[in-house]
Design a protein around this ligand. Structure first.
Ligand code: PSV
Ligand code: MN
Length: 400
């Protein structure tokens, strides 16, 4: 193709191929397990053991080539007595590696009034011990990021000292931070509501940033895209955290109302593009790669879990590729000269570009199927696990 259109297509493909080489997306082990809403569960032949979770996640990586690690939740995946060497072997068998490690300080009865922020010192100690255990587990598994999330908060005004709880949280996080290896990180996640409905101890990015700073140099903020109020400008938070060198990672999901954990980009793909655009802009301007873990935190109740993860990875690739197409030199010039419509058009032209030929080119170069979803469906894996996993629970034969 020697025409101008042909040249433009070839250069678009080259940018996309290079960008996708640098994009890795971590899958959550819990996204392969049966979950539901508080009104009920619709069962699938979902993964129950860590081995099955690695197996299912391995399928996503096998067909997309972009999801080599699996985030693990200590209580759900690594009960006491688990041997790290066996976990590593199991993951390797399915072509993946353990990724970030999430302590769980929200499920035990003891945490009714919180964990690290609890009024009672023995509960705070119990939570800290579990987090320190999680740090050790991460070290044994070669995992870099420890990702605690706290349900701590209160439901009624006047029932808790917000300032005392802040200080207890800071104390605990600092101790967790100090137990990290040199190359490990503590990623602090915030969430404004649920399960606490009046105040949450780490409610927003400012609180997470304050705590990350007081914890020490290996702490950063984790942005879960579902953990914001409606209409909040998430990409501005991302830009500020990048500029402060304090953005550690993402938990990706989409939402319409609250923390809905829907498929990435299913409601608002432009939002995801705008986040990626801030990251690419920062990288273009500084000449440095942002040190960010891109993790998925979704729970799939209606769609097939493995298919939805493949769809998520494909969507992330497409939206990242679009952001990579922004002509940042031209954009900066238009911004400085206050040519608003030109700046906006440069930004939106990238979003409007059909990058799928570029993504397919990347897959061909990696010897991956051009259509990962179709290839997965043809592989027969779902039929096999339906057979293998039938008959072991009340769900036997009842999968919808
Ligand atoms: C809490 O809503 C959260 O986003 C945290 O990241 C937890 O680890 C995860 O969900 C559990 O599903
Ligand atoms: Mn999360």
């Amino acid at each position: 193709m020697n025409t101008d259109a042909g040249k433009a297509k070839a250069s678009m493909e080259a940018v996309v191929v290079e960008a996708l080489d640098g994009l890795k997306i971590e899958l959550p082990s819990w996204g392969f397990a049966d979950t539901g809403t508080r009104f009920g569960k619709f069962l699938q032949p979902a993964a129950q053991t860590i081995e099955e979770k690695f197996a299912d996640a391995g399928q996503v990586h096998q067909f997309t080539g972009t999801c080599p690690t699996v985030a693990l939740h200590v209580l759900w995946d690594l009960p006491k007595g688990t041997k790290p060497a066996e976990v590593l072997k199991m993951a390797e068998l399915f072509g993946v590696r353990p990724g970030s490690i999430s302590p769980n300080v929200f499920e035990d009865q003891i945490y009714k009034h919180g964990s690290l922020s609890n009024e009672q010192a023995d509960v705070r100690r119990h939570a800290l011990d579990h987090i320190l255990d999680s740090v050790r587990i991460a070290q044994e598994l070669g995992s870099r990021d420890v990702t605690p999330w706290f349900a701590d908060g209160s439901n009624y005004p006047g029932t808790a000292s917000i300032r005392a709880r802040k200080r207890w949280m800071a104390e605990g996080l600092k101790q967790a931070h100090d137990a990290l290896d040199e190359n490990q990180r503590l990623l602090i996640e915030y969430k404004p509501f649920e399960p606490a409905f009046y105040h949450t101890d780490i409610a927003d990015w400012g609180m997470a940033l304050t705590l990350a700073r007081s914890s020490g140099p290996k702490a950063r903020v984790l942005v879960d895209t579902g953990h914001h109020y409606q209409a909040q400008n998430i990409e501005q938070i991302v830009a500020w955290l990048l500029d402060e060198d304090m953005l550690g990672g993402f938990h990706f999901n989409d939402r319409r109302y609250a923390d809905d954990d829907l498929t990435l980009g299913s409601i608002d793909p432009y939002q995801v593009f705008r986040i990626f655009a801030e990251i690419r802009y920062y990288e273009w301007e500084t000449g440095r790669r942002a040190d960010i873990a891109f993790m998925v935190d979704q729970s799939h109740n209606l769609k097939g879990k493995i298919e939805e993860m493949i769809q998520t990875a494909m969507t992330a690739q497409e939206l990242y590729a679009k952001a990579a197409l922004i002509d940042f030199a031209a954009l900066t010039k238009a911004q400085r000269e206050q040519r608003l419509i030109d700046a906006e058009s440069i930004y939106k032209d990238a979003f409007s570009t059909d990058v799928r030929p570029g993504v397919r080119e990347w897959r061909r170069a990696k010897r991956l199927p051009e259509d990962p979803l179709a290839a997965f469906r043809e592989s027969g894996y779902m039929e096999r696990i339906k057979r293998e996993r039938a008959g072991r629970s009340a769900a036997a034969g009842k999968y919808a």
